[in-house]
Design a protein around this ligand. Sequence first.
Ligand code: HEM
Length: 466
Amino acid sequence: MDNVTTETPSADRGVSYRDAVPGPVPTSNGSLSLLRRLRQMRQTYPIEVFENLISEQKIGRFRYIILNDPDAIRHVLVENAKSYGKSPFLRRLLEPALGQGLLTSDGETWQRHRRLMAPVFAHRNLNRFAPAIATATSHMLERWDRSSDGSPIDLADEMSMLTLSSIARTMFGAEDDRILEGIVQIVARYQDAVGIGLADLLGLPNWVPRLSTIRGRYIVRHLNQVVDQLIERDRRPGHLLIDILTDDGGGSGQKLSRQEVRDQIVTILTAGHETTAQTMNWTWYLLSKHPDVEVKLIEELDEVLGGRTPAYEDLSRLVYAKAVVQESMRLFPPVPTFSRLCLADDAILGRRVAKGSIVMIAPWILHRHRSFWSDPDIFEPERFLETGERPRAYIPFGAGPRICIGASFAMMEAVLILAQVAQRYRLRLMPGHRIEPVVRIALRSRYGMKMIATRRSAAGLAKLAL
Ligand code: HEM
């Protein structure tokens, strides 16, 4: 994905949809040569997909349908979900690392494991996770305090480490930062190594060798060793998820095989940190570009917290902070596209969808679609406040039975981190640092996110916001 032509998001209020992301993009023009199509798929979304409700194209053995209509998306993800399975791309990309974890499995295995794990992520349990998130954030801030010499920090690395530390502490009781650092590096290397190539687009079977798979396998071997360390050495009993998975006090009565436990742990560690890290990354970026929004955020934090570490009970009053996170995920959805394989002939918006078609759902496009959002390229958290626009075309966490199991956890975590960090530090993009969104499974910033962190004074946070 090296020839991606993207423009840097403009420094003024608008963020253009030309801040395009590479990814499989069928267009309505069916006359392109295969090579040109492949190149186009690695480049940018053509402008018409931000205006069309449905478009389709045949590439190799697959018919791709890209859906931009909230009702049609609902049909695929919710109402007729049984006729759509996880796509072969997802499996090819993630199965070597995640095995039969919740993200990649289907059918009876998925159902059994989802049922087993769902209570961990239920609303009623969220409050017990908040203190560990605050502790992980405090450790990061103390480190920043010690090294605050004005030199830039890479927020992308910092946020990955922080969210991994949060998920590892809350779900597994793991605290060894060296093991966690190893996981962050492995996940980044894995995302760089694997990708959709010509063989996938043509629908060649998985046994056809791909360089990316070979690289991916090597990295996964390393990941397995690190996760084994985590399970055996670093794990603390009394943590909900690990107890349920190992039936160690979880009371589930179900015994998972060692491989099943490993697959779920790797799934939760990876799906549970990278997406939230990217949410924070883009949120800091947008706040850095929009000091007027930051002032309002700081005013709210000042009023609700007054410099105190945020707790679970504060969340209901941190409404603007939540809207900032929601709006950030609208413009920079951490999962910019996902897809389904059609398992039985269907019809969508009057169009026949044959069994074997790939249906693409792209929050990146839907969230900026001209038909559903006013001023879609403008960063405006107000649209998520109660009086604002009702976000029909907003699916950062997916929908239906396969909706993100960690959605509530992620929202809580993002708002808590935002509130705790923004009270202590003002973050500004390093002058000249290039920003280019790029899909590496999640939506990352190609060159990281270099920022200057300036400590705020404890008193009068709002006055110091600019
Ligand atoms: C802002 C953060 C997050 C975003 C934007 C996000 C987004 C998503 C999306 C879009 C899906 C559905 C994909 C599909 O339908 O094909 C998904 C599924 C999933 N997510 Fe998240 N996620 C986030 C955080 C988390 C966290 C914190 C965890 C775990 C603690 C997690 C674990 C999972 C799992 C296990 C699945 C698969 C669920 C299933 O198929 O039953 N995610 N996520």
